[in-house]
Design a protein around this ligand. Sequence first.
Ligand SMILES: NCCCC(=O)O
Length: 579
Amino acid sequence: MATTTASGVQPDLEKTVSRRSHTNVPPEELLASEADAELLARLGYKQELRRNFTMIEVFGIAFSIMGLLPSIASTLSFSVPAGPVGMVWGWFLASMFIFIVGVAMADLGSAMPTSGGLYWWTHYFASPKTRNALSFLVGYSNSLGLVGGLCSIDYGFALMFCSVIVIARDGNWTPSNGVVYAVFLCCVLLHGVLASTLSKIMGKLQTVFVAMNIILIVATIIALPVGKHLSSERNDAHFIFAQTENLTTWPTGWAFMLSWLSPIWTIGAFDSCVHMSEEASNAAKAVPYGIMMSIGSCWFLGFIIMIVIAATINPDLEAVLGSSFGQPMAQIYYDAIGKHGTLGLMSLLFIVQFVMGLSILVAASRQTWAFSRDGALPFSSFFRPISKRMGYIPLRTIWGCVFLAAVLGLLCLIAPAAAAALFSLAVAGNNLAWGLPIFCRVIWGQHKFVPGPFYTGDRFSKPIAWVAIIFLIFGIILAMFPDGGPNPTPQSMNYTVVINMAVWGGAMLYYFIDARKWFTGPKITIDVAALSDEQQAALVAEGLDLGVGEGIAPGGGLMEPQITGVNEKAGEKGDTDSN
Ligand SMILES: NCCCC(=O)O
């Protein structure tokens, strides 16, 4: 574990926080262990959320957002056009690079586990001239990327839900865009209700969600080959591992690269582990291992699933893509196990897709809460309080994310091409937010990096970081390509480039016109007055804003922080509201 920073602030700060922690707070009312709260205090923050999540539950939140099988089902239209080679080897190769990105993030997540990690790290590592602007950009890109992830998951849910009705009606129904949006909206609202009310068991629920995912995966891996064997012949090994296709208007090699979008979207949002940092016990280990275990298991299990799908898919891939069920996966099930089996597995599939949306809403609300804590969101002072009554959760940012998702989801009403931009918004927004802190570290901040208990070592850490950066840039480019070929029509255009440029351009415009006057990076929420002059100077040297003389109180502007970064007695202090 890191015991000091470049500025050497920790030892004294540790003494401060340790001293303050010896209060008579009953253990059940502590929000966090002393070690976790101390590490958070080194980053300048007091403990405000309750640490309900174990390591396995931190892994669970990322794994359930990945929702392996429903995500593969939602993105088959990216991988099937490249044929089995794209599906199987595209999966394997892209997942390997995603794992490298995860390892680079794990290095940082172990050293500095805080809910707003990505923009916090960016600010910490970037040069003094660029740190505020880059941190601002990363915060917005990450927040929008997560909300885009929520939209894309719930849009996928709406399509799956409708496809089950289509199957039940033997194809005699076609959902309109309005119906799809109505299902999407109900889903988002229900997520808001559940994320608001289930906070106390949200950690435990992750274990249930992991189990549901595993049951669905095992059921599919068994049912597809067995069903296909009974109904017709399975595809041979040559077809599975060596058959290339090109059902796109791009060259074959590029069609193969576009198939990578399936694993890139599926194995996304592993930064959710970072966003749960302040609710994880032993965060310095739970965060990095959560990231790597979730990616690693999806890499392996996804490879198996892709082989099984390639073995059982109708070799007429165009027929699968053009399925009257509106869902290639529904057609694959149908061809192998018939109507009733398909209805059963598709129902389980959309239930798992539903819980993916719930988990990503939890993660998105923590990121946006952290960002509002640092005063960067519009209406930050409104969003910043946490709800004591609902279990120490950021209730207002949960509903802020729900509202934004409901608005962004209106794209479903325009056309499928516009709705597809939701998938790419998640990819491009998150890739930028993951890549920039890693980039800032290797360019400007290597000397400031103090490893946590998980560390890839001096020899490997930097090369891993560079591979991660290059892959993330490539992922952004990939996400912007229209799948309609070099000459897209308005219908086949990929609107990601428009949406993301609006997000990134808008964030930068906002920063340079207005926010540069008041956004000075992460704010200290520990009790600054309790720190010595040296400690204050050391935190300032870390690039942290002590909030003195700027009209913004430490803690985001709502109230004077009153505690020291250790265990706040539940219900007594802090920026809470009573709702
Ligand atoms: N498996 C869905 C992840 C969504 C996202 O990449 O944000």
